[in-house]
Design a protein around this ligand. Structure first.
Ligand code: GRF
Length: 193
């Protein structure tokens, strides 16, 4: 699992994985920065962690190669990006299937400020998306989405908190189904078996 922030999605997956029937385990947690709660959570859970910082490499390609090697060491069946604020490169994507969770209903509001952008636009409904990762920013085929109503009194923090509650449940559901049963991709359509 790859994180850059507080890791509440990670916590939800760890909770789910306590039940052997869930059918998936988190094998390691990586980040692009130190000192984040996501890594602390992983350490408290006794999981291996690693940090691969872009600034430690002379090129983005070298960073991508280093990240690929680190992740490969744990032999994941699926890489889960939850709040990981970096775009991985071609090498990484050729090696691992990867899903990302995004706090908006894609293709609306891709990028790092999705909740703010949706509020600024004035939408009445937003939500979250779990999608396969491709070379673009939040452009990969959609696996599942859930809508969340925007309330008149919402600010970025309150809307994001409500989205995150739904997002954690969606991610747990989707990752479990993908790992238990597999999936297939036909153009932009992702079918969970
Ligand atoms: C999630 O809303 C994710 O979609 C967004 O950042 C948040 C990460 O939350 N990109 P957490 O670190 O799992 O608590």
């Amino acid at each position: 699992m790859l994180v850059s922030g507080t890791g509440t999605n990670l916590a939800a997956l760890l909770d789910a994985a306590r039940d052997p029937a869930y059918g998936a385990q988190v094998v390691a947690v990586g980040a692009d920065r130190d000192g984040i709660e996501g890594l602390a959570r992983a350490e408290r859970a006794g999981l291996p962690t690693f940090v691969v910082r872009v600034s430690d490499y002379t090129s983005r390609d070298d960073w991508d190669a280093a990240l690929t090697e680190q992740v490969a060491a744990y032999h994941p069946d699926l890489v889960v990006s939850a709040g990981f604020m970096k775009v991985v490169g071609k090498r990484f994507l050729e090696r691992f299937p990867m899903v990302n969770t995004h706090p908006a209903l894609l293709p609306a509001f891709p990028g790092a400020h999705a909740v703010r952008d949706a509020l600024d636009y004035g939408v009445a409904v937003s939500g979250c998306t779990v999608h396969l990762v491709d070379a673009g920013v939040d452009t990969g085929p959609i696996v599942a989405q859930v809508a969340v109503d925007v309330r008149a009194e919402d600010d970025e923090a309150s809307l994001h908190e409500r989205i995150k509650a739904v997002e954690r449940a969606l991610l747990v559901d989707v990752v479990g189904r993908m790992c238990r049963n597999g999936w297939s991709v036909n153009g932009r359509k992702v079918e969970l078996s």
